[in-house]
Write a protein that binds this ligand. Structure first.
Ligand SMILES: Nc1ncnc2c1ncn2[C@@H]1O[C@H](COP(=O)(O)OP(=O)(O)O)[C@@H](O)[C@H]1O
Ligand SMILES: [Mg+2]
Length: 236
């Protein structure tokens, strides 16, 4: 459903992503892992049309490489960015309603569906974005993405900066969502990501270091070795 071929992202002379091949099929949840600076966010930005890119991005059979970000979102490829980006002066409910812009008339989750999935938001309905905790903001950002009628969700480090119990709640919600919508989740929290996902890719310094099933990647030794770029040594 999503297919990246030779994806390359440059910022001036800095190569952030180098020749990445990656795919996500319908019904799949896939993890994109790797240390800070590996090129994970740049990969998601490239998919969403937020940075210039070489290589190709195909979504649902259409080449969307270099398309306008708003046009990509209207296709249902919905990005939940790092740092959640909740509108600070809008209430929780108004933030959810903003999701309808990207939905562009397609059928998605209703706001009531979001409150059922994320009941912690019910008592916060009228609270302003700026007054929410990090975990509450993450839930609002995910809820807004659902109202956008996603055909696929791109999530950038949903666990970042959250307490473990909140991470668990966010990932419980994502597990329910992933039953309906394919997901590509970027994480440094490999344990949670590999519990959610059936497969994953590991990036280091912009290059694919390792790809495999969650079970294969959950083998800490090979994962750590791939982070350090010593995979061959670990398997010797
Ligand atoms: N806007 C930018 N301008 C210049 N360099 C950038 C920019 N964004 C990211 N980079 C660089 O690209 C590399 C990959 O960054 P990023 O994609 O944010 O990695 P990750 O999300 O895995 O932490 C890093 O070396 C980072 O410093
Ligand atoms: Mg990042």
């Amino acid at each position: 459903m999503l297919e990246l071929t030779g994806l390359t992202v440059d910022y001036g002379t800095t190569r952030a992503v180098s020749g990445l091949d990656l795919s996500v099929s319908a019904g799949e949840a896939v993890a994109l892992l790797g240390p800070n600076g590996a090129g994970k966010t740049s990969t998601l930005h490239a998919i969403s049309g937020l940075v210039p890119v070489r290589g190709t991005v195909r979504f649902d059979g259409t080449d969307i490489t270099g398309h306008d970000p708003a046009a990509i979102a209207r296709r249902g490829l919905i990005h939940v960015p790092e740092g959640r980006r909740v509108f600070p002066t809008l209430s929780v409910h108004e933030n959810l309603l903003m999701g309808r812009i990207a939905a562009a008339g397609r059928h998605g989750w209703t706001e009531d569906d979001v409150y059922s999935l994320l009941p912690a938001l019910v008592p916060l309905r009228d609270r302003a974005g700026y007054a929410l905790s990090g975990g509450e903001q993450q839930m609002v950002a995910i809820g807004r993405a659902l109202v956008s009628a996603p055909r696929m969700l791109l999530l950038d480090e949903p666990s970042l900066g959250l307490a473990p119990v909140i991470v668990r709640a966010v990932y419980d919600a994502l597990a329910q969502i992933a039953a309906d919508v394919p997901v590509l989740v970027v994480e440094q929290n490999t344990v949670e990501a590999l519990r959610l996902c059936s497969r994953g890719y590991v990036l280091t310094a912009g290059r694919l270091a390792l790809a495999g099933t969650a079970a294969e990647l959950g083998d800490r030794e090979s994962l750590l070795a791939s982070f350090l770029g010593t995979r061959d040594a670990a398997h010797a």
